[in-house]
Design a protein around this ligand. Structure first.
Ligand code: ZN
Length: 115
């Protein structure tokens, strides 16, 4: 259920940006979601439809861009895409010193406004 506060934050950011740009209505919002963020597209859409009612963002299309999980090996520096659950070993050298370097992000990339 943590999509509610993040969706509210996305909406606030979009409304603020649209206001700054002097736009009338928000037509579309591009979001980037990391595979490991645990954010579910449908839930974001669900909350967005409720929260955006009566705002210039009502009816805006949400575009979701999935960002694959990324891991980097602290031993050899090998960087690789990893589907969850993450493999505990580096595929290049076998080291266990791997760190997740991407895939947890969730942010608003751009908005499209009708000016
Ligand atoms: Zn390695």
């Amino acid at each position: 259920m943590h999509e509610l506060p993040v969706t509210q934050a996305i909406l606030d950011t979009a409304l603020h940006a649209a206001q700054q740009a002097g736009g009338q209505r928000i037509l579309a919002i591009d979001l980037v979601i990391g595979e490991l963020s645990g954010i579910v597209d449908d839930s974001v859409q669900f909350y967005f439809d409720i929260l955006s009612q009566g705002t210039p963002a009502a009816g805006a299309a949400l575009h979701f861009q999935r960002q694959p999980a990324q891991a980097v090996c602290a031993q050899c520096g090998h960087s690789y895409q990893a589907a969850p659950p993450l493999a505990p070993f580096c595929p290049a050298c076998g080291s266990q010193r791997v760190q997740v370097s991407g895939g947890r992000e969730f942010f608003l990339e751009s908005i499209e406004i009708n000016d």
